[in-house]
Design a protein around this ligand. Structure first.
Ligand code: ADP
Length: 455
C-alpha cells in the first residue's frame, strides 16, 4: 500500500506560516518576562504549551543552561528533575534555576509542579516554595495545582482528580509520592514553616478585586502561602490579573493561561511559530501506559511499519539497535515508521522478573534513545517520542539542551523545535507523556505539522 492510500501524512512539507519563525539561536539584547521552574520534564512541556496558547513565545531548557539563552522569547521554562529527589537537592536545583532566570531578566517567577500535587510530607513543593520566597524576598505567594482541562479541580482547598478526591483517585498508592490527603492546606502546611491559608471558590468567583482583598487579609494574618480554589478555566482567568506583579506564583500548568495577558500578550498563532518542517518522520515509543498502547495499535492498524524492541533480546546481547536502524532506512522515504518497546503489564512483569525493574527500564531507554539518535542521523527531522523517562533519555542522546515550543497537538503536548549535534540545522520534536494524546496521536502529530497545527 502506498503512503497516500494508507492515509499516511506526507513527508517533508512545510507548515503553513505567517511571519518569520523565531530562531532559537538568534542573539540580541534579550530579556524575558516570565521565568518558570518545572519539577519534571514532561510537566515543563505541559506548562510551556499553556503559555504558548495564551500568546507567549516560549523556550524550554533541559536543566539550567550554562550561558545566556540567546533567544527572543517571552518566557523560559527550565525543566528540572526535582520532584522526587531529596528536598535539599530540589532546593539547590531550583535556586540555580532562579538565579539563571533572574539573569535573563525574568520579571515574575512561576514554580510548576504536578496537577496531582505529587510530593511527600517532607516536600518538595513546600521547601522549594519557601526557598524561592526567601531568595525573592517575598512574604506571600499562592499555590494551586488546578487544571480543569485535565479534570483537576480545587474546591474549598480539596483537590479532585476527575469526580473523586485525590486521596481516592489511585494517587494514594503512588510508589514515590502517595497522596493520602486531598486537603491541600494540610498537605502544604506539613511541608512548610510558613502559615498556609485558603482563597476559596466564593472569593475567586467574585474576580480580581475580591482575590486581591483576600490576599491582603491573609497576608495581614501572617499567612505566607494561600491555596486557591479553581473549578473552571474561568476561575483561572479571573485569578490571572490578581497575580500581576506577584514575584512568585506556584501552580500546576493551569494558572499559566491567565498570566500572559498581564504582560500585554494575547493568544496568537505567531507565538507557536516554528521553522518549516522537513525530513523523514519517526515515532520512538517506550511508554507502556494504556493510552500509548492504544496509540501503537492504532498506528499499526493503519498499515504503517512498526518494529518491536524485545528487552530479552537486548539482554541476550543481540544488536537490536542496528537491526532497527537497518529495518527503518529503506522505509523512511515512504512515510512514518514506529520503533516501540511498549507491551502489556503481564509481559513487562515477566521481563522485570528476569532483568530487574530498574535494569529493564534503563536498558530499554538506552536502546530506544540510541535508535532515536540513529534515526536522526539518517535524516529523520520529525520525531515523536512517547514516554516521560523515554523522552528524557532520547533528548539526552540527541544532545538537545533547549526547545522552542510550537503549536499544541493534543492538550499538554506541543510540537517543539530543537537543535542537536545529530541535526545541527534543527529538528521537530514532540515529547508525549504516556497517558496524553488521543488514539490517533502519532498520525495526527505528523498531519498537524504538515498542515500547520492551530495553537
Ligand atoms: P510513561 O510516560 O508512560 O510513564 P516512561 O517512558 O516514563 O513512560 O516509562 C516507561 C518505562 O518502561 C521506561 O523506563 C521504559 O524503558 C520501560 N519499558 C518500556 N518498554 C518496556 C518493556 N517491554 N519491558 C520492560 N520495561 C519497559
Amino acid at each position: 500500500m502506498t503512503a497516500a492510500a494508507q492515509g499516511r501524512p506526507k513527508q517533508g512539507t512545510a507548515p503553513s506560516g505567517g511571519s518569520e519563525p523565531h530562531e532559537v539561536g538568534s542573539v540580541g539584547a534579550l530579556s524575558i518576562q516570565l521565568g518558570c521552574i518545572a519539577d519534571d520534564f514532561t510537566g515543563a512541556s505541559d506548562l510551556a504549551n499553556n503559555l504558548v496558547r495564551a500568546g507567549m513565545r516560549v523556550v524550554q531548557t533541559i536543566g539550567v543552561p550554562t550561558g545566556p539563552l540567546g533567544a527572543d522569547v517571552d518566557a523560559v521554562v527550565v525543566a528540572l528533575k526535582s520532584r522526587t529527589v531529596a528536598p535539599a537537592e530540589a532546593v539547590s536545583q531550583s535556586l540555580a534555576a532562579l538565579q539563571w532566570l533572574q539573569a535573563q531578566g525574568a520579571k515574575q517567577i512561576y514554580f510548576k509542579y504536578c496537577s496531582t500535587f505529587d510530593s511527600t510530607p517532607q516536600g518538595n513543593i513546600g521547601p522549594v516554595t519557601e526557598a524561592l520566597m526567601d531568595a525573592l524576598g517575598t512574604d506571600f505567594t499562592i499555590a494551586t495545582p488546578a487544571f480543569p482541562d485535565n479534570k483537576r479541580t480545587v474546591f474549598k482547598g480539596y483537590l479532585f482528580a476527575g469526580d473523586v478526591l485525590l486521596s481516592e483517585s489511585g494517587m494514594q498508592n503512588h510508589p514515590l509520592t502517595p497522596m493520602t490527603d486531598a486537603n491541600l492546606v494540610r498537605v502544604m502546611q506539613a511541608q512548610t514553616r510558613r502559615t498556609v491559608g485558603l482563597i476559596d471558590h466564593n472569593v475567586v468567583a467574585r474576580g480580581e478585586a475580591a482575590i486581591r482583598t483576600r490576599m491582603d487579609e491573609l497576608r495581614a494574618q501572617g499567612v505566607g502561602v494561600a491555596i486557591v480554589d479553581a473549578v473552571s478555566n474561568d476561575d483561572l482567568l479571573r485569578m490571572g490579573p490578581a497575580f500581576k506583579g506577584m514575584p512568585l506564583v506556584t501552580a500546576g500548568s493551569g494558572v499559566a493561561i491567565g498570566l500572559p495577558a498581564n504582560f500585554g500578550l494575547a493568544p496568537s498563532s505567531q507565538a507557536g511559530q516554528l521553522p518549516p518542517a522537513g525530513g523523514w518522520q519517526a515515532v520512538v515509543c517506550g511508554s507502556c501506559s494504556l493510552a500509548t498502547l492504544a496509540q501503537v495499535a492504532h498506528f499499526r492498524s493503519t498499515g504503517c511499519p512498526a518494529f518491536g524492541v524485545d528487552p530479552l533480546r537486548l539482554a541476550a546481547g543481540d544488536d537490536v539497535v542496528a537491526e532497527a536502524l537497518a529495518w527503518a532506512a529503506p522505509l523512511l522515504p515512504a512515510g512514518p515508521v514506529l520503533v516501540y518497546s511498549s507491551t502489556d503489564s503481564q509481559t513487562i512483569q515477566t521481563v522485570q522478573g528476569q532483568l530487574g525493574v530498574t535494569e529493564a527500564g534503563a536498558m530499554v531507554e538506552h536502546a530506544l534513545a540510541t535508535i532515536a539518535r540513529g534515526l536522526v542521523q539518517r535524516g529523520v527531522r520529525q520525531l515523536v517520542v512517547a514516554g516521560g523517562e523515554t523522552s528524557g533519555a532520547c533528548v539526552q542522546a540527541l544532545g538537545v539542551t533547549q526547545m522552542q515550543i510550537g503549536p499544541q497537538i493534543d492538550p499538554g503536548v506541543p510540537w517543539c523545535h530543537a537543535v542537536s549535534d545529530a541535526a545541527p540545522e534543527g529538528l521537530h520534536l514532540t515529547l508525549k507523556s504516556g497517558n496524553f494524546g488521543t488514539e490517533d496521536f502519532f498520525i495526527k502529530a505528523f498531519t498537524a505539522l504538515s498542515a500547520g497545527a492551530p495553537t
